[in-house]
Ligand binder design. Structure first.
Ligand SMILES: [Zn+2]
Length: 170
């Protein structure tokens, strides 16, 4: 890395798309829509604001020949030419994604059931393989009955569901 170049950690606002960075330790810097902020300058990174726990991106931005002093004076004299990079201008900079938080969706009840069945099936297949050498084991026969009953139950349930639906349509 070229040490002549100053890099900053910048937060991309999920709402307005601004890239914001804290110019000095006490620059508590908001994006233009006011949704999120970044604080801490070069000492630490503190992020905050609306919806941040759900989704956000943190970037490292190369500010080229800018110095920490430039950033500090910009904050100090309230010039505010630095600290915010508009989304439409970000292509002018060299950037690197540091971390990304994407929304995690809660799986539906059906998906959860399917997943737990898939787990059960793969556990079952493993067990069957282990016991394949002892097929006349009474425990295995009992297990086979239980599985067959479960499948029968599902088939009946499915049948009822279809009958109910077709009656509902009629
Ligand atoms: Zn914003």
């Amino acid at each position: 890395m070229n040490t002549k170049h100053l890099t900053v950690n910048a937060l991309e606002c999920p709402d307005c798309g601004d890239f914001i960075y804290s110019r000095t330790r006490h620059d508590y810097h908001y994006c233009s829509c006011g949704s999120v902020f970044i604080d801490g300058g070069f000492d630490y990174i503190r992020l905050g604001g609306r919806g941040l726990e759900k989704t956000h991106k943190l970037w490292e931005i190369n500010l080229g020949d800018k110095t920490k002093q430039d950033l500090a004076s910009d904050w100090n004299y309230k010039n505010d030419r630095l600290g915010t990079i508009k989304n439409c201008d970000i292509h002018k900079y060299e950037v690197k994604l540091i971390s990304e938080k994407t929304p995690t969706e809660t799986p539906s009840k059906e998906t959860q059931v399917v997943r737990s069945l898939e787990n059960a099936i793969s556990e079952f297949q493993k067990a069957v393989k282990e016991y394949a050498a002892a097929l006349d084991n009474p425990l295995l026969k009992e297990l086979k009955n239980r599985v067959e009953n479960a499948v029968k139950y599902l088939e009946e349930h499915d049948e009822k569901d279809r009958t109910k639906k077709s009656k509902g349509k009629a």
